[in-house]
Design a protein around this ligand. Structure first.
Ligand code: IMP
Length: 186
């Protein structure tokens, strides 16, 4: 673990170390094993950012379960529609299933709300969400399905452990936050 890293034009400093991420992940897994006892949930990871968290979380799950991944892309729609989201790869067999959406980070919450809407259309038995990181100050409105949060973090840009800056940094074991210059030095 290095305390400071450089990715392109940005400097980042350590925010969460891998051993703390592992501890929280284990606790969430234990809770899910209890909450979903005698059920067979389907976990759906939101790519790309959730791939490491999803893998580590699923290693803690001891109940029978299925696993899938979904990719959500955003593009500019017409002026009246603003940003439009589109989901790829959502399993089509979610009717009467217990669905758990796994996110890397919930920032404004728009992505998670979009995925929840898409899953709801299939009439699942239950739907909950789990996120590694939550930025409460950026969240537009509370999301009642968000049952499991590993860490609440300040409204700062972060990389590592699945999260990227300009496509880079997803492979880092720890999570780093952007280092900002104190205002009196600007
Ligand atoms: P939303 O604003 O909750 O819809 O978040 C959308 C997506 O933005 C997340 O799934 C991440 O891919 C990305 N994102 C939000 N905040 C960060 C960050 O601090 N670092 C890296 N990606 C982020």
């Amino acid at each position: 673990m290095t305390n400071q890293i450089q990715i392109e034009d940005k400097t980042f400093e350590i925010l969460l170390e891998k051993h703390n991420i592992s501890k929280r992940t284990r606790l969430i897994g234990i809770q899910m094993n209890v909450d979903y006892e005698n059920k067979c949930p389907i976990f759906i990871g939101v790519l790309n950012g959730s791939f490491l968290f999803m893998a580590d979380l699923l290693r803690e799950i001891e109940i029978p379960c299925e696993i899938g991944f979904i990719k959500v892309s955003s593009y500019e729609g017409t002026a009246s529609k603003g940003i439009v989201k589109q989901a790829f790869g959502l399993p089509g067999n979610l009717h009467n299933r217990d669905v758990i959406i796994v996110e890397d980070i919930v920032d404004t919450g728009l992505t998670l709300n979009y995925v929840l809407d898409e899953v709801r259309k299939q009439g699942p038995a239950s739907i909950k969400a789990c996120t590694l990181l939550l930025k409460p100050e950026a969240l537009i409105a509370p999301i009642k399905e968000l049952e499991y949060t590993a860490f609440e973090i300040p409204n700062e840009f972060v990389v590592g452990y699945g999260l990227d800056y300009d496509g880079l940094g997803r492979n880092l074991k720890d999570i780093y936050r952007e280092k900002t210059v104190p205002s009196h030095l600007l």
